[in-house]
Write a protein that binds this ligand. Structure first.
Ligand code: FAD
Length: 550
């Protein structure tokens, strides 16, 4: 008889209760709540396994909120001849579009050509790209005249333009998708807890892993949890977890930093994305329309150290500004940057040292002698496939019942076919209606958070109640995306947001003050000039909560 799935509400306190009140052994514990870990948790829960995911900070607060947001096969990897990677990613791109249409959409790209042969060269490559996607193709590649390119991209430099190529790829909202994957996992019976750090492994007499010891970083409470299988899905932190397992120095993953800048959309009007196939150092640069702004990136800088809050280097900012300006009719400067963010790619290292551009972008799945399963590398686009491989391995390692993967046709939470006209509520998919209902309940919740943004207060209330946001950064960074779009505006919204959060979470004014200070300090990393507004600028006097004082 088919087992009935018990849906879990996506509420942290309920999840904590589940780990406190269970003496049962989990089938699978996953360390890391980025794209990789969340994908693994969803795959496991949807196959009916008792699944627990533990994330040190917020879901997707690592690399998975800091990507270029392309659901793509990787035109660059095609040029490198890595056909199997492109093939796999194109298939996954199609599934993302099919299963999460509220967050993943088809985007037209243009590669401008300034030498006569370029449009034919790229055109042939992109026709192959289309052909490789087969039934899951998202649009047809077309060669363009210089006038057609200018019609699509009025701000593109005209001098020397010989034509271009129009092709199609996928674009998505990374951290929104991460939250929706987590919610889908909960609906399949999975338990997911953010702000929960894995500190050590539990091992049996044979030295095999049988659980983890964790700390709730909100209140310091510790737990010891049993599991048949433990999966390490910690991105650039992979080696730290491997060293926790065996005390031998590990160097499986090398971090490569990539940054993005967000500027006003007026620099590049139109609905098409620009793809620059070769920058001054031979890399690819994108300029993409994103939430009514222009997202530009990225870089590929080898890093010796990794952290949860990487910061863009001055040299990276100059590189992006300089390389995009070459293609614009107007020069971009630091002053035009509304937000800058950095992310660290977890690249799997080969035995010999290489520049990060050449290191493998494929994923790596391995099982240690202690039976710890590690999954790393890959791309956001391939998260589902990485998860499928991981759970197939977990079934063998944990002697679990052999159940088939169910994620190929699994609709992601919020599933809704988008309307043609863009609306900022679209990112919530089917939840948008419920947020509007909430706003109708209290006139205050219908108010905007900031004059330059359409977001309303009801969204914050919804996010705290239903999306497990615990800090201002969770709300403004990964749920509303404002920190990534305009860091100054995010700072200006913070006092209103913290009041709404405090009411929902029943927090006092000390908590509010600490939250504001921490957020304003973190937000400096997203700015090219420091912005520490005084209390007056923050307009705390006008917030609806008289208790707020700093
Ligand atoms: P992460 O997202 O970093 O997640 C790992 C998590 O593990 C973190 O949240 C961390 O807090 C947690 N963790 C660490 N230690 C512990 C512990 N002790 N206990 C509990 N939790 C722990 N891919 C695409 O498909 N398309 C793109 O356009 C694209 N663009 C990119 C651009 C840039 C600049 C970068 C850097 C990457 C890009 N990628 C892209 C790749 C993609 O973003 C990554 O492959 C993916 O996000 C990696 O996810 P992850 O879950 O492995 O790592």
């Amino acid at each position: 008889m088919k087992k009935k799935t018990i849906q879990n509400q996506f509420i942290r306190d309920n999840f904590i209760e589940k780990i406190e009140n269970t003496s049962e052994i989990w089938d699978i514990i996953i360390i890391g709540g980025g794209a990789t870990g969340l994908g693994v948790a969803l795959d496991a829960a949807s196959r009916g396994f008792r699944t627990l995911l533990l994330e040190l900070a917020d879901f997707s607060s690592g690399t998975s909120s800091r990507s270029t947001k392309l659901a793509h096969g990787g035109v660059r990897y095609l040029a490198q001849g890595n056909l199997s990677l492109v093939n796999e990613a194109l298939f996954e791109r199609g599934l993302m579009l099919k299963n999460a249409p509220h967050l993943v959409r088809m985007l037209p790209f243009i590669i401008p050509g300034y030498r006569w042969w370029e449009k034919y060269f790229f055109g042939i490559g992109l026709k192959i790209y289309d052909w490789m996607a087969r039934k899951l193709r998202v649009g047809k590649t077309v060669l363009l005249s210089s006038q057609e390119v200018k019609n699509f991209m009025p701000n593109l430099r005209s001098k020397g333009l010989k034509g271009g190529v129009l092709y199609f790829d996928g674009q998505f909202d990374d951290s929104r998708l991460a939250i929706n994957i987590a919610q889908t996992c909960a609906e399949k019976g999975g338990v997911l807890i953010n702000y929960m750090k894995v500190k050590s492994f539990r091992k049996n007499k044979e030295g095999l892993i049988c659980g983890v010891c964790v700390e709730d970083t909100i209140n310091g409470k510790e737990y010891s949890l049993d599991s048949k299988v433990v999966v390490n899905a910690t991105g650039v932190f992979t080696d730290d977890i491997l060293e926790m397992n065996s005390a031998i120095k590990s160097s499986l993953v090398k971090a490569s930093q990539g940054i993005h800048l967000v500027v006003n959309k007026s620099f590049f009007k139109g609905n098409h994305a620009l793809m620059i196939p070769s920058t001054s150092d031979g890399r690819v640069l994108f300029a993409l329309p994103w939430h009514g702004h222009l997202l530009v990136g990225t870089t590929d800088t080898p890093m010796e150290h990794h952290s949860l809050e990487p910061v863009a280097l001055e040299s990276e900012i100059s590189f992006v500004l300089k390389n995009l300006s070459v293609y614009l009719d107007r020069k971009l400067t630091r002053k035009d940057v509304l937000s800058v963010f950095a992310g660290l790619r977890p690249l799997v290292t080969p035995s010999k040292e290489k520049g990060t551009k050449e290191i493998s972008r494929d994923h790596k799945l391995m099982t240690s002698t202690s039976q710890l399963i590690t999954i790393t590398g890959g791309k956001w686009t391939t998260y589902r496939r990485m998860a499928e491989d991981t759970i197939n391995e977990a079934i063998k390692i944990g002697a679990l019942e052999d159940r088939k993967c169910r994620t190929t046709n699994l609709k992601i939470h919020g599933y809704l076919k988008p309307k043609k006209q863009y609306n900022h509520f679209d990112i919530y998919g089917s939840d948008a209606r419920k947020i509007k209902d909430l706003a109708a309940k209290k006139p205050l919740w219908n108010e905007k958070l900031h004059p330059e943004f359409p977001n309303i207060k009801a969204e914050v209330v919804w996010i705290v109640r239903n999306e497990m946001a615990l800090t201002i950064e969770d709300v403004l960074g990964r749920r509303l995306r404002i920190l990534f779009i305009n860091a100054k505006a995010a700072i200006e919204m913070a006092p209103e947001v913290v009041v709404l959060m405090a009411e929902e979470l029943k927090m006092d004014s000390i908590w509010q003050t600490q939250q504001l200070q921490k957020f304003i300090s973190t937000a400096q990393n997203y700015l090219t000039e420091p912005y520490f507004p005084t209390l007056k600028n923050l307009d705390i006097s006008k917030t609806t909560n008289p208790k707020l004082k700093i």
